[in-house]
Design a protein around this ligand. Structure first.
Ligand code: PLP
Length: 253
């Protein structure tokens, strides 16, 4: 029987990030995917044009429907949008998903610059959702926001953040400037694992939603009962293979 994973996050109309990326990763990695939508976004890989938050009562009913029916093995959260939605999700998971794997991708800004989590929500995320997480997967700017200071070296920052949050951290290095990209996994016992990839000449569409896909892939492998370091290693190599293909045609001129 396929394990069931639940993704809670925003819908991306261009299909590359958000819930659409999560469900694609779940399907690819052999788990049954369900979703609960925090907000609808009208976007292309270049620009977020409009965001319409889902009514809280709708979000609650979506999560409730899934948790009522399925024995959900693992949950992933992505774009949570504001404090009310973070609080609702944290409360429901605490009541109904306690002890099972939760991967929190602390989505704050789209690469295109749009704000996907308002400032007041950050504190609620840190206090109410992150203590429940098996893993948090910030990129460099998100890690700096969570730590409350700019990062110096990646390994030191991942260790500091894991200590501060008492949660395992996968610090994603895609926003760095070097030719070799470094992701650092730091577990709560201080063990670290490094994942390096040569930076590829990905176009904007190939890069769009990579963070969502990686966190969803980790969730899918955790749902299959694997250890965290194994799940992260598996998801890292899955993502590198996945993104090799050419992208779809765009309008010219
Ligand atoms: N839109 C939604 C709904 C997302 O969840 C995310 C990232 O998590 C993004 C857009 C941003 O994707 P990117 O920064 O890769 O463009």
């Amino acid at each position: 029987m396929r394990p069931v994973c639940l993704a809670i996050g925003g819908s991306d109309s261009s299909g590359g990030a958000g819930i659409q990326a999560d469900l694609a990763a779940f399907a690819d990695l052999g788990v049954k995917g369900c979703c609960a939508i925090t907000a609808l976004t009208a976007q292309s890989p270049l620009q977020v044009k409009r965001i319409e938050p889902s009514p809280l009562i709708q979000l609650e009913a979506e999560i409730d429907s899934i948790l009522d029916y399925y024995d959900v093995a693992a949950v992933k959260t992505g774009m949570l949008y504001d404090a009310a939605r973070v609080r609702l999700v944290a409360h429901m998971l605490e009541q109904r998903h306690g002890g099972r794997p939760l991967v929190v991708d602390p989505v704050m800004l789209a690469t295109s610059g749009a704000c996907l989590l308002d400032a007041a929500a950050l504190d609620v995320l840190i206090r109410e959702l992150l203590p429940q997480a098996r893993l948090v997967t910030p990129n460099i700017p998100e890690a700096a926001a969570l730590l409350g200071r700019p990062l110096d070296d990646a390994v030191g920052a991942a260790k500091a953040l894991a200590g501060q949050l008492n949660t395992a951290v996968l610090l994603k290095g895609g926003h760095g400037k070097r030719g070799v990209l470094l992701d650092v996994l730091c577990e709560t016992n201080g063990e670290t694992a490094l994942f390096t990839h040569e930076r590829k000449a990905w176009d904007i569409e190939q890069g769009h939603g990579t963070g969502c896909s990686l966190a969803a892939a980790i969730t899918a492998v955790l749902a299959q009962g694997k250890k965290l370091a194994t799940a992260v290693a598996g998801a890292e190599s899955w993502l590198q293979k996945k993104r090799r293909g050419l992208t779809s045609p765009q309008k010219r001129g």
